[in-house]
Design a protein around this ligand. Structure first.
Ligand code: 6PG
Length: 252
């Protein structure tokens, strides 16, 4: 894992945009397309806004996937799709057929099952995402994989949808699941089995509220049940942390 520290948010945003662009160009050169997974949350929003202004980005060769979604319609203020669309997708020349949003307006189990099938078709033949952007919650969650989630140990299969139980659409190692956040809010999330299939994973972390957890995640004993972001310490691909000064204040 590689940690990149930045003095301010504009430096972090500029570096993250350069990084996304470099990953895109590299993927398109090597394989003719760029499979990008985007996170919700507030930290990546300025990165998306800046990315929307980059000239010459290979949007025609880009597929966009989502790391997680709230169970709300796409126009809802809480929708990750809405945030990403308003900050980025509505402003760039991407074919709408290449924007693979999670159906937050649908029954969450059916939506997770449909997304699982999509990813199974995309990743099934040994393919991988080229870049996954993640944020990290103060409690160490990534995407909607929260502390204590059964998804952390691959226990996707469950008969119901409640608490932190998760849906596996009929097989082990589901790629998407319906879950509930600790607040009780229903969500759809990629599972670790899907997220780990990324050539590059970049985590954007800013703010003093993340400082203690970031230290635990990067330097503490590995216990992803308590700190899901520690799953990244076991990821096979390249993992880079983009961290601002406030979030990095407790790092050695
Ligand atoms: C979401 C997420 C979630 C987010 C973290 C960090 O939809 O909320 O995908 O995992 O990345 O909660 O969020 P912030 O960037 O807002 O701190």
């Amino acid at each position: 894992m590689h940690v990149r520290r930045f003095d301010g948010s504009s430096a972090l945003v500029a570096a993250a945009v350069r990084h996304v662009r470099a990953c895109a160009e590299c993927a398109v050169r090597a394989r003719g397309e760029f499979l990008l997974v985007l996170s919700g949350g507030s930290t990546p929003k300025p990165v998306y806004e800046a990315l929307s202004r980059v000239r010459g980005f290979p949007w025609a060769a880009t597929h966009v996937f989502f790391g997680d979604e709230r169970v709300v319609p796409p126009a809802d203020a809480a929708s990750n799709f809405r945030m990403v669309n308003e900050a980025l997708l509505a402003h760039v020349p991407i074919d709408p057929a290449r924007i693979h949003r999670m159906a937050g307006e649908a029954d969450p189990m059916s939506a997770a099952s449909a997304y699982d099938a999509l990813l199974r078709a995309t990743l099934g033949a040994g393919a991988a995402f080229d870049l996954t952007l993640l944020g990290m919650g103060d409690d160490g969650h990534i995407a909607s994989i929260f502390p204590g989630s059964p998804l952390i140990h691959g226990e996707g299969a469950a008969s119901g949808f409640g608490g932190q139980r998760a849906l596996a659409p009929g097989h082990d190692h589901a790629f998407a699941a319906a879950v509930r956040a600790p607040s009780g809010q229903p969500r759809i999330t990629l599972t670790p089995a899907a997220l780990r299939q990324s050539r590059v994973t970049s985590v954007l972390v800013s703010g003093a509220g993340k400082a203690s957890m970031l230290r635990e995640v990067l330097t503490g004993p590995v216990d992803p049940t308590q700190r899901p972001a520690q799953l990244l310490r076991q990821w096979p691909g390249r993992v880079t942390w983009f961290v601002d000064r406030d979030a990095a204040v407790r790092l050695p």
